[in-house]
Design a binder for this molecule. Structure first.
Ligand SMILES: *Cc1c(COP(=O)(O)O)cnc(C)c1O
Length: 388
């Protein structure tokens, strides 16, 4: 029997080791891993550069308290700020901590300028911002909050794509709008650039902060370092996690100078957040990923993958309904429930994961090879053919 709590309905496969885009079971069965820990292992499994950095740092220093200076963290924060909209960074350990810290930053800002009643956060109904007690109420998903009452107050919701509902959701107490530029768990739904622009304008007009949750779509996953970049919009606060650690748990909140002014000593903290081991890994990831050549390659691979997937949609119109997403954050929406489809892909040694709206989510490592994409396409084609 398993002594793990039953909060997951786990598949009956386990892996012993991984290399790049592949995972191996203890019996040596090889799987093409297009889940990658849900957009976490952005450089694939056991990347030699990451192995080296973790090995080197582990011999020097793993952890010290944030009560002391941590030069590795200073270095990573500087890289993030020099290259993005941000002026300051606060390190955490996970995505949900990052989104909650983002909410704290927003509320604390209004508190610090004497407007403590401006504290409500407006989110998309059925979005995903993590699993902690406030984050589940931010999502507005009935299923996620069931049994976890009392309700955490302070969250309002609007319907994705419904501008009337968005405007109705704003009140004089709204502090921030928090959205994912590309909804991951919600079904790989891309918010168009023009929408992000209008959203920024709306926030400016109503003196509301814009929080863009880039936990899943950020760190080069979209082909740009941030998914919102192409829109040229400047957010106020951006939580990140998943890809920035490449498999090592790291979260962070990026913020501009204005909102950072509320975060004075004592307002937030973390025991583990930003420790030297985590920061050494994060620095390496940034050096590899934040690079024009690397990003262009993600764009190139993405174009190829989308082109071929759309060909498969034309070939199997009764199975595939739509190809969604951007970069290497890809959703295949199928006509029926996707559970069986995903199981058949696994039987054919391709790992994918579900998202809402019957979507099969595909998250290859960002340094995936073209022949690995071809291999996945072949399996998807085969499963479509057999599903008929
Ligand atoms: C995964 C995810 C989170 C939560 O991250 P955890 O590390 O699981 O806590 C938050 N927001 C988005 C958009 C995510 O995809």
């Amino acid at each position: 029997m398993s002594y793990l709590a039953k909060n997951y309905n786990r598949k009956k496969i386990s892996f012993e080791r991984g290399k790049g885009a592949y995972l191996y079971t203890s019996k040596g069965t090889k799987y093409l891993d297009f889940v990658q820990g849900i957009a976490v292992n952005c450089l694939g499994h056991a990347n030699p550069k990451l192995v080296k950095v973790i090995k080197d740092q582990s011999k020097k220093l793993w952890h010290v308290s944030n009560a002391f200076q941590i030069p590795e963290g200073e270095k990573l924060a500087k890289k993030l700020c020099k290259r993005t909209f941000a002026d300051f960074v606060m390190f955490q350990n996970s995505g949900t901590e990052a989104t909650e810290a983002a909410i704290k930053v927003a509320r604390r800002y209004f508190y610090s300028i004497g407007k403590p009643n401006k504290n409500r956060i407006l989110c998309v109904k059925n979005s995903f911002h993590g699993r902690t007690i406030a984050a589940i109420f931010a999502s507005g998903s009935k299923k996620m909050v069931e049994g976890f009452g009392p309700k955490v107050p302070g969250f309002d919701h609007f319907i994705f794509g419904n501008h009337k509902s968005l405007k109705k959701g704003i009140s004089k107490n709204t502090a921030a709008i928090m959205i994912e530029p590309i909804m991951g768990e919600g079904g790989i739904k891309v918010i168009p650039d023009w929408c992000l622009k209008e959203l920024r304008k709306l926030c400016d007009k109503k003196k509301i902060l814009l929080i863009l949750d880039e936990v899943q779509c950020g760190i080069a996953r979209s082909g740009d370092f941030f998914a919102f970049e192409k829109s040229k919009v400047k957010p106020d606060i951006v939580p990140i996690a998943k890809g920035i650690g490449g498999g090592f748990p790291i979260g962070a909140v990026l913020m501009n100078k204005k909102v950072a002014s509320g975060m004075i000593p004592g307002t937030h903290g973390s025991t583990f957040g930003g420790n030297p081991l985590a920061m050494a890994v994060g620095n390496k990831i940034m050096d590899i990923v934040y690079n024009k050549k690397f990003l262009n390659n993600v764009k190139y691979l993405s174009k190829y993958f989308f082109f071929k997937l759309n060909k498969l949609r034309e070939k199997h119109p009764t199975i595939i309904r739509e190809i969604r997403g951007r970069g290497l954050l890809i959703g295949i929406q199928i006509h029926k429930n996707q559970t069986k489809f995903i199981k058949k892909l696994i039987d054919n040694k391709l790992l994918t994961i579900r998202a809402a709206e019957n979507v099969v989510r595909i998250l290859p490592p960002l340094n995936v090879k073209k022949n690995e994409i071809d291999q996945a396409l072949k399996i998807i084609d085969k499963v479509c053919t057999e599903t008929k």
